[in-house]
Write a protein that binds this ligand. Sequence first.
Ligand code: SAM
Ligand code: SF4
Length: 333
Amino acid sequence: MTALPTPRLVDRFGRIGRDLRVSVTDRCNLRCSYCMPAEGLDWLPKPEMLTDDEIVRLVRVMVGLGITGVRLTGGEPLLRRSLVSLVERIAALPHAPSIAMTTNGIGLDRLAAPLARAGLTRVNVSLDTIDPVHFNGFTRRDRFSDVVAGLKAAADAGLTPVKVNAVAMRGVNDRDVADLLRWCLDRGYELRFIEQMPLDAQHAWDRSLMVSQTEILDRLRERFTITPVESRGSAPAELFLVDGGPATVGVIASVTAPFCARCDRVRLTADGQLRNCLFARREVDLRGPLRAGASDAEIADLVIAEMALKAPGHGIDRPDFEQPERPMSAIGG
Ligand code: SAM
Ligand code: SF4
């Protein structure tokens, strides 16, 4: 095997891009209220979406620039029909990156084993409550049992440790957090709460409705002993021991304690736009040059130039903060 590629995605603050998030579709079969309106969105027309060949080529170019991990997301990634073969092709690349996926879990009961065989190694399943009535209310779909089946299949397929992502919403599911933690602990799933961010399609985010890390921990402390794990490392989640450990619970406090200074992420949207930050106000088109016959070196130069411009932080707390036009489901969460 040849030597590992030299990391080339370096910005003005010395951060190095290593983790590529690839949105494989903007479509979804849930309508989580913090993400999408009930009626859904105007989905991308098929010709505008990257093909498998295009995704694999862009991943190959970016691996050559130092990307070591790929996370497939969306929208709902399991809705892309070719997902298993896409994973297989990325896993077969020289210096293949690790391949993870963030999913709502619907359909994972059928796909977890084939995806694991194809080369997927880790999965984060989003589940915000174990109360089916609450689930149906804010996802606007009756799919709770499908998510539970998907989680079990992921564990059975060896996609372990299975991680669960949860967003707490004030007056909606904020009272469910301790039940969700108990449920995850009983099944060996690692739970991570994510503070709600201004990335919804409706632009209805309101800081006063966001349930902060402090509030989540206070609620968990009503039932568990929660103590910080000493080192946070490079992961965005701050980890806490539950009842003395070894089990942990994490909180990704993107709003109240952002990890921008250690961010190593790069994002590719389903229509081939490169974003150097979830909150970036601009995107760089890779699909156009790709379809116009650009060489790998030309694509690489576009990516290097855009990553060099990465802002120091998302600035949610600044008075001039403007929410990105595209929602999380279109950017790729
Ligand atoms: N559909 C998949 C899922 O739900 O896991 C993948 C895409 S989703 C956009 C990725 C993650 O972003 C999910 O864990 C979801 O809960 C989270 N998310 C969506 N909108 C959010 C928001 N406004 N604030 C914080 N997290 C959000
Ligand atoms: Fe779909 Fe994921 Fe958005 Fe929920 S968070 S609506 S599952 S894309």
